[in-house]
Ligand binder design. Structure first.
Ligand code: FRU
Length: 608
C-alpha cells in the first residue's frame, strides 16, 4: 500500500527560521540529509560554519548545472567552532548552487532546518586569518588556517625556498588533501598563499610528493620548469605529474595523468636528478609492503622500476611513507654516502610516527645499506622525540645542502591537539650531515639550518658559569626563546635535571644521565596532556658524547613545541607541549653530586 501522507511532508519552503541573514544566500531543504545553497552575489567568499565534532558534509559546487568541485566540511549542527572560506571567485555566482549532503542520521527534513550552520553562512570579500591561538608557534611554519600534515614538494629556486604542505583549507581535521604553498627567502619567515596550489580532482585527493627544477627541459614543459610528482589518492593510489612555469605558483596537472600506476598501495614519490647516470631517480613508498621502490626516468613521465629496498629491514611495525634519498658528505672526510630516509607510522621509536634512516651506497638504480659489526642493517632514528614525521628535503638547495623539514606532530593524536584555527606546525629547518659514532658506524646529524640563527634577538640572559647541585637554581626565560648551554657532569653528579616550568606547576623535565650519556624529556606534567593517552610520555636520546664529560645543547621553545639539539646535531629531539601558561623559568638541579652549566645564553626571538 502506498502511504500518500508520507509524500506530502511539509514543503521545505516553510523553513524560514533557518535562512542566513545575508540575502545573497538562500537555503532549500530537500530531504533529511540534502539541502541546496543558492548563491546570488558577487562576493568572493562564502564562509562555511564548522563544528569539529560533526561528520563531514559533502558539498558539491554546481555552476549552471555542471559539477565544478567537491568539498567536505564538518558543517555546524549545534554550535559554530570557526568559519572557513570557500572561494567563489572564478565561478558565475549568479548560477551557483551548492548541493549539500549531510551524513548524520536525521529522520525528517524539519530536523536539518535547525542546524546551526544555515543561519551562520556568510558572504564576504575578506577572510580574517589573523592568529587567534595561544599555542600557535611564532618562529615555526604553520598554515594560516586549517589542517596541515606532511611538508612536501619542497624546492629552492632563485633565492626562494618553496614549501608545499598537505593542507585542508576547509577545516582543521585531515580531509580534502591539497597542496598549500608558502615561500621564504630565509627559511624562517614564511609568506602564505591563501589558495591551494593543487586541489583534489577527478583522480583523487593530492597526497604527498616532491618537486624538481627541470633545468634541461627533459619533460618538455620548458627550461627551468618546476615539475611536481604527487600521489592522486582515491580508491587506489596513483602517481600524477604537475608542471609550473611560474616558479611553482600555479601547478598544472598534466593531461597524461596518472604517470605511474601499480596494482598495490604506493605513495609519496620523491625524485632527484642522478648526475653520474644522467637520469631521474624516484623513490616510492610501497607502504603496506614496508619497502621503497626505486624507479628511473629520462623525462619524468615514463618511469621504469629498477629495484626495491627495505623488505625486513629496520623498523617494520607500520606503513612506510615519505621516502627521500640524500647524498651526504661525512664530517671530517671527503667521503660521501647516501642516506635513505624512511618515515614510518606507527612503530616509531616512542610509538606512533617517526623518521628512520639507512646509510649506504647508491649506484643510480639500487641502494645498498651499510651493515654493523655483526653484518646486520641497524635501525637508526633521525629524531628522538615523539613529534617529528614526514621529514623530506628541499630539492635544488644551494651549495649541495641537505635541508629538511619535518611535520611536528604524530598521527597518534595530531587531530586532537588543543588548537582549532590551525592544526600542526612544521619543525625548524635542519641540515642533515653524517658523523662517525664511537661504534665506528655512520649516523645522520640534524643541525638547525644556519638561517635559524638570524632570528636570535637580544640576549635575555647570559651566565658564564654556574654550578648545579641538589639545591635547585632558577633562571627566568622569555615565553619564546632559544637556550644555549654546555652541561658538564661526571658520573658522581647523578642525574642532572633541566626543568622548564611555569607558575601553574606545569613542567618539562630534561634529564641528562652521565652514566648512560642519554638525555630524556618528560612531558607527563607539561600542561594539557589529556586529549590522548599517547601524549603524556618520556622520550630519550643518546647524546653521542662518548669520551666527553660535557654536552652542548640548543633548546628552542616556541609556545607549543620544544626542540633540543646537540650543538653539532648529533641528536635532535622534538616534542610538543601545551602549557596553560608559557614556561617562565629554567631550573637546574642534580640528584646527588655537582655539575656545571657553562656559557648559558638565553636569546629572545626576533618577531616580525
Ligand atoms: C604521511 C601520509 C602520506 C600521505 C599523506 C596524506 O603522513 O600518510 O603517506 O601522502 O600523509 O595526507
Amino acid at each position: 500500500m502506498i502511504l500518500l501522507g508520507a509524500v506530502s511532508a511539509t514543503p521545505s519552503s516553510a523553513a524560514t527560521p533557518a535562512q542566513p541573514e545575508n540575502t545573497g544566500v538562500k537555503v532549500e531543504f530537500i530531504s533529511p540529509n540534502h539541502s541546496l545553497i543558492r548563491i546570488n552575489s558577487d562576493d568572493k567568499y562564502l564562509l562555511l560554519p564548522i563544528e569539529e565534532s560533526q561528520d563531514d558534509a559533502k558539498i558539491e559546487i554546481i555552476v549552471n548545472g555542471k559539477l565544478e568541485k567537491v568539498v567536505n566540511a564538518r558543517l555546524a549542527k549545534n554550535k559554530v567552532d570557526y568559519m572557513v572560506p570557500l572561494d567563489l571567485s572564478g565561478y558565475d555566482n549568479k548560477g551557483l548552487v551548492l548541493a549539500v549532503e549531510t551524513r548524520q542520521g536525521r529522520s525528517t527534513t524539519r530536523d536539518i532546518q535547525n542546524d546551526a550552520c544555515w543561519k551562520a553562512l556568510e558572504l564576504t570579500n575578506e577572510f580574517e586569518s589573523t592568529n587567534t591561538e595561544k599555542f600557535r608557534p611564532e618562529f615555526h611554519h604553520t598554515p594560516l588556517w586549517g589542517w596541515m600534515n606532511d611538508p612536501n614538494g619542497m624546492f629552492y629556486k632563485d633565492g626562494v625556498w618553496h614549501l608545499y604542505y598537505q593542507w585542508n583549507p576547509y577545516g582543521s581535521k585531515w580531509q580534502n588533501l591539497s597542496w598549500g604553498h608558502s615561500t621564504s627567502t630565509d627559511l624562517v619567515n614564511w609568506k602564505h598563499e591563501t589558495s591551494a596550489a593543487l586541489e583534489p580532482d577527478a583522480l583523487g585527493m593530492i597526497f604527498s610528493g616532491s618537486s624538481v627544477v627541470d633545468k634541461n627541459n627533459t619533460a618538455g614543459f620548458g627550461e627551468d620548469a618546476v615539475i611536481a610528482l604527487y600521489t592522486a589518492a582515491a580508491a587506489t593510489q596513483q602517481q600524477s605529474l604537475a608542471w609550473s612555469t611560474d616558479d611553482g605558483t600555479t601547478l598544472n596537472p598534466y593531461s597524461g595523468n596518472p604517470v605511474i600506476t601499480l596494482d598495490s598501495e604506493a605513495r609519496d614519490p620523491n625524485m632527484f636528478w642522478h648526475e653520474p647516470t644522467q637520469h631521474w631517480v624516484l623513490l616510492l613508498a610501497h607502504a603496506l609492503e614496508h619497502e621503497m621502490l626505486i624507479l628511473t626516468s629520462p623525462d619524468l613521465k615514463e618511469w621504469t622500476l629498477q629495484s626495491s629496498f627495505g623488505k625486513g629491514l629496520g623498523a617494520q611495525d607500520g606503513v612506510w611513507e615519505c621516502p627521500d634519498l640524500l647524498k651526504v658528505k661525512v664530517d671530517g672526510s671527503d667521503k660521501e654516502k647516501w642516506v635513505l630516509i624512511c618515515n614510518l607510522n606507527p612503530g616509531g621509536v616512542f610509538g606512533g610516527s617517526a623518521t628512520q634512516y639507512f646509510v649506504g651506497d647508491f649506484d643510480g638504480k639500487t641502494f645498498t645499506p651499510d651493515t654493523d659489526a655483526e653484518g646486520k642493517v641497524p635501525t637508526k632514528w633521525m629524531d628522538f622525540g615523539k613529534d617529528h614525521y614526514a621529514t623530506v628535503s628541499f630539492s635544488n638547495a644551494p651549495d649541495g645542502r641537505n635541508t629538511v623539514i619535518g611535520w611536528m606532530s604524530n598521527w597518534q593524536y595530531a587531530p586532537e591537539v588543543p588548537t582549532m584555527q590551525f592544526r600542526s606546525a612544521n619543525t625548524l629547518p635542519r641540515e642533515v650531515g653524517l658523523f662517525e659514532g664511537a661504534d665506528g658506524q655512520l649516523y645522520a646529524s640534524s643541525t638547525p639550518s644556519p638561517e635559524v640563527e638570524t632570528m636570535r634577538g637580544s640576549v635575555f640572559k647570559r651566565i658564564g658559569g654556574m654550578s648545579a647541585g641538589t639545591k635547585a637554581k632558577s633562571v627566568a626565560i622569555p615565553d619564546v626563546c632559544e637556550i644555549v648551554l654546555t652541561l658538564k657532569a661526571g658520573k658522581a653528579a647523578g642525574n642532572v635535571n633541566l626543568t622548564l616550568e611555569n607558575n601553574a606547576g606545569e613542567r618539562v623535565v630534561m634529564t641528562y644521565d652521565p652514566t648512560t650519556k642519554t638525555l630524556s624529556f618528560d612531558r607527563t606534567n607539561s600542561g594539557i596532556t589529556d586529549f590522548s593517552q599517547d601524549f603524556p610520555a618520556v622520550t630519550v636520546a643518546p647524546t653521542f658524547n662518548e669520551g666527553k664529560e660535557s654536552v652542548e645543547l640548543r633548546i628552542f621553545v616556541d609556545r607549543s613545541s620544544i626542540e633540543v639539539f646537540e650543538k653539532d646535531g648529533r641528536f635532535a629531539m622534538t616534542n610538543l607541549v601545551f602549557p596553560n601558561e608559557p614556561y617562565s623559568r629554567l631550573t637546574v638541579n642534580t640528584d646527588k653530586g655537582s655539575a656545571e652549566i657553562k656559557n648559558l645564553t638565553i636569546y629572545d626571538i626576533k618577531k616580525n
